[in-house]
Design a protein around this ligand. Sequence first.
Ligand code: MTE
Length: 315
Amino acid sequence: MSAYRPPKIASSEITPQQAYLRRRAFLIGAGGAGMSAAFGSSSWAEGLAATKSNYTVDEKLTPIEDVTTYNNFYEFGMDKADPAALSKDFKPRPWTIKVDGMVAKPQTFDVDALIKAFPPEERVYRMRCVEAWSMVIPWDGFQLSKVLDAVEPLGSAKYVAFETVVRPTEMPGQNATFGSLPWPYVEGLRLDEARNPLTLLAVGLYGETLPNQNGAPVRLVVPWKYGFKGIKSIVRITLSDKQPLNTWQAANSGEYGFYANVNPAVDHPRWSQATERRIGEGGFFSSSRHPTLPFNGYADEVASLYSGMDLKANF
Ligand code: MTE
């Protein structure tokens, strides 16, 4: 994100809803067998049909081709096409997530056990990147609050820190010596943000097991915040009484903050945040611009979390 980069790949012409419905129909007919053809094997996907939820938006879904080829995942490289191209050898299973810190019952969860305990539901969310592009993505996941409840946060816990896996042998971007980020990628939320019903741990998208390039096997989705808060391939979640570091703020605190709430009234120092380019709509040169909404359109659900706060100072 050090510089805004236009996409190298033409937007797909696929009608996402049609592709989605076709896939759903196939899955129901086949009882889940063969679901993993496109994305490799998956243990949880057998017979999966994540239940629909009321969390949806009345906007066109971004084609799955764009969602899975236009990515930010610097562990696999800095170009938008790198994560899809260079993540094929990444092994998202077996996988555990350690949840520790200020909790009564620290635990290490196997990702498939979590999926079994908390059956995924579909959440269609807008995603707004700080680089001023956006998508509409049907995620499959469960609320982060369910995992937090299981470990019983102490009354003194105020923040939640997240950490991505470090595996330079499988993640070529972690070997880069110049222009990249320090590893592991880390993020953080206030505990009340983490407990908000919108805050999701995603394990799939478009009804498929989460592709490596989108953060397999489990990534955070916080739809009212800029996309960089959505840390991928999580291996550790730590409760704390101190505000945790987040990678992009550490890299450039003048440009990226801790809160990172989507806010059209607070521009990035190098570009406006008033509008966004909706990926997959129109071509690159004629791409649709949408007005950016406060809290990415989720103000009713989350604005009260920040009452009395100066959102310009806490960007
Ligand atoms: N998580 C890790 N570990 N590494 C990253 O580089 N990029 C972030 C976020 N999570 C990133 C990450 C940024 S800047 C964005 S916009 C989103 O992932 C992109 O998610 P997507 O590729 O699934 O659209």
